[in-house]
Design a protein around this ligand. Sequence first.
Ligand SMILES: Cc1cc2nc3c(=O)[nH]c(=O)nc-3n(C[C@H](O)[C@H](O)[C@H](O)COP(=O)(O)OP(=O)(O)OC[C@H]3O[C@@H](n4cnc5c(N)ncnc54)[C@H](O)[C@@H]3O)c2cc1C
Length: 131
Amino acid sequence: MSTAFWLNLIVLILIYEDYAHSKDVDQCSCTDVCGEKNKELLGQGTWRLLHEVVNNVERSDKNEKLFQNLVLSLEHLYPCAECRAHIKEMKLSRDTIEMTPKFMCEFHNKVNKQLEKELYNCDNFTKYFLY
Ligand SMILES: Cc1cc2nc3c(=O)[nH]c(=O)nc-3n(C[C@H](O)[C@H](O)[C@H](O)COP(=O)(O)OP(=O)(O)OC[C@H]3O[C@@H](n4cnc5c(N)ncnc54)[C@H](O)[C@@H]3O)c2cc1C
């Protein structure tokens, strides 16, 4: 067999491996945050990031899609197993995710409700309260 044949075979195997891993994101072995304190810090940091994005980044078609990707990735990549399970239950989809403070307020409220925390009034919601 020629060198070219073996090179092509190796390239095909590498492409397949890459494809297989990209399809496997659901089964990725994310580590879990340890202890309640870390879970709280992770949550506060993540909420801050998401609220700051909708408050400060221009809303355009491209950014809307990127924001949807960011939110949808949480159910696979958020490093807290219990939280990922809760996010999955919300059945988020591109149709329901909007790059707006109102969406973020309601999304945050869904988690607040699960955790029996205070719910915020999201009517006419324009800015994240904390920052
Ligand atoms: C996607 C996601 C899922 C999570 N799932 C879980 C879970 O299943 N179990 C778990 O224990 N923890 C979970 N967390 C963490 C949890 O939501 C909190 O971040 C954590 O409990 C710390 O809470 P906190 O009271 O400091 O306020 P946070 O909920 O962290 O909020 C920070 C600040 O945001 C403001 N705020 C609160 N609600 C709203 C709102 N609706 N709109 C605007 N501003 C608001 C308040 O000023 C609050 O102090 C999750 C976090 C995220 C990002």
